[in-house]
Ligand binder design. Structure first.
Ligand SMILES: N[C@@H](CCC(=O)N[C@@H](CS)C(=O)NCC(=O)O)C(=O)O
Length: 208
């Protein structure tokens, strides 16, 4: 199997951290590709042209993080990233993916020339990210989202996704000052970011 990724993509990082947390990395070759590029090595296998894309030995190209993660659960013997029937775990994962999707829209606006940016879209996505981050701050301050408290404890999909979303804010979308006024979330991120799976996948800093 091959996982197409770019080092800056927070969605691809979720899959890459998951491979490391589950021990599946030994069975998957990570392939760095390019995006929005007609010569991308990804396009011949997946016309959608997005990462992450998991290419299976029979040529099937699985795209969308929310599909790749449960597919990985079916491959390994590790504790599941998304336990079957655990609505709370699936809801938490979906919430982080929704926030990250909005941050991606916000980031895309910031990559346009200033005169082409939509202040309305930026304001909408800023409010969405703020709402979710505020809810997370309250939940973590109340003792939720525990991570790494027990030796050898594995992460689930929601925790991996949240770590990748905050890491994206830290290095590729610094317009989002998510640490401000959120000490519990900041301390939580600092703990998860120190795990080997996160240290091995730190995204490069961008200009935004
Ligand atoms: N809904 C997708 C989003 C993936 C996504 O947007 N990936 C970005 C990189 S962060 C991408 O490949 N962008 C290339 C493009 O839009 O052409 C998922 O969850 O996997």
């Amino acid at each position: 199997m091959r996982l197409f990724h770019t080092p800056g993509s927070p969605f691809a990082r979720i899959a890459r951290v998951a491979l490391r947390e589950t021990g599946l990395l030994a069975r998957v070759e990570e392939v760095e590709t390019t995006l929005r590029d007609p010569a991308s090595s990804l396009l011949p296998v997946n016309p959608v042209g997005r990462v992450p894309t998991l290419l299976l030995p029979d040529g099937t190209a699985l795209t969308e993080t929310a599909l790749i993660i449960p597919f990985l659960d079916g491959l390994g013997r590790a504790a599941p990233l998304l336990p079957a029937g655990d609505a709370a775990a699936w809801a938490a994962f979906g919430r982080i993916l929704g926030m990250l999707d909005g941050i991606g829209v916000w980031n895309r606006e910031l990559r346009r020339p200033v005169e082409e940016r939509s202040p309305g879209v930026i304001a909408l996505e800023t409010r969405r990210a703020t709402r979710v981050a505020d809810a997370l701050e309250a939940e973590i301050a109340a003792g939720g989202w525990q991570v790494g408290e027990r030796p050898g404890e594995r992460l689930d999909a929601a925790r991996i996704a949240l770590g990748c979303a905050l890491g994206y804010g830290e290095r590729r979308h610094r317009a989002w000052a998510w640490r401000e006024g959120r000490p519990a979330l900041a301390a939580w991120f600092d703990r998860i970011a120190a795990r080997p799976s996160f240290l091995a996948t730190i995204p490069p800093v961008s200009g935004l």
